[in-house]
Design a protein around this ligand. Structure first.
Ligand code: DC
Length: 227
């Protein structure tokens, strides 16, 4: 859907485990838009820092790794590349999850990732999920959604996801609840572009909604603005 008009941007923000990525992926699929998982980009930077064995942060920031995205030719699923190598699975470990809030709070990291994200939106209709898409990356997004859900529910969903992937070290529900609480607190209180609902975003509480309900809600909003 390219035209003289600007690309259509759907911004989906919210805390960890609120259902953003599953819903965003489905919405993108149905509308023929590109789905962009921005958390994966911050995770890839974090993975680079860990692989370099946590160098002094200023040294790391002066030579940030090259992060790019590609698409699976059949499924269109996002692949996240670190220095040209697909790290889509490697960025999902608990080590990365534990450090990603810190690395993503750093100004130089954010500047670089935000610039990459804006570039994708120049010539593509996108559904982009993250923490600051509607507030900082695309403050003029066509549709902004802020997703929330009950903490216990979010942690249970994450646990199911981990179990379904057959990951060996499965954390307990209580551990997951604590991790999510800590990460949300850090992401919401950081100085630069914290996790925050944009004034003009629509609040979507997914605690008792199915993925289908969530996708329909967003698609209806998109249709109402483009028709
Ligand atoms: O969505 P996720 O859990 O994969 O995101 C990992 C971390 O990346 C999250 O805790 C905060 C950071 N992040 C961010 O700061 N800004 C974004 N737009 C997306 C993620």
């Amino acid at each position: 859907m390219t035209s003289n008009k600007h690309s259509i941007i759907i911004a989906i923000d919210g805390p960890a485990g609120s259902g953003k990525s599953t819903t965003a992926r489905l919405v993108a699929q149905r509308l023929g838009f590109i789905y962009v998982d921005t958390g994966a980009m911050y995770r890839a930077v974090t993975l680079a820092w860990l692989r370099e064995e946590k160098p002094e942060i200023d040294i790391f920031l002066n030579n940030l790794p090259d992060i790019s995205l590609s698409r699976d030719s059949e499924t269109q699923e996002q692949k996240t590349l670190l220095d040209g190598v697909d790290v889509s699975n490697a960025i999902r470990t608990s080590e990365v999850t534990e450090q990603v809030s810190y690395i993503s709070s750093l100004k130089k990291v954010r500047e670089k990732m935000v610039s990459l994200q804006r570039n994708i939106g120049i010539d593509h209709n996108v559904v982009m999920d993250g923490r600051d898409i509607g507030t900082a990356v695309f403050p003029n997004a066509d549709v902004k959604i802020f997703m929330i859900a009950d903490l216990k529910k979010r942690a249970s969903r994450r646990l199911e996801e981990i179990q379904s992937k057959g990951i060996h070290q499965v954390p307990s529900l209580d551990e997951l609840i604590q991790q999510m609480k800590d990460r949300d607190a850090f992401d919401s209180s950081r100085e630069i572009d914290p996790l925050k609902m944009a004034d003009d975003a629509l609040l979507l509480d997914t605690s008792n909604l199915s993925i289908e309900d969530q996708a329909t809600f967003i698609i209806d909003k998109v249709k109402s603005i483009i028709l």
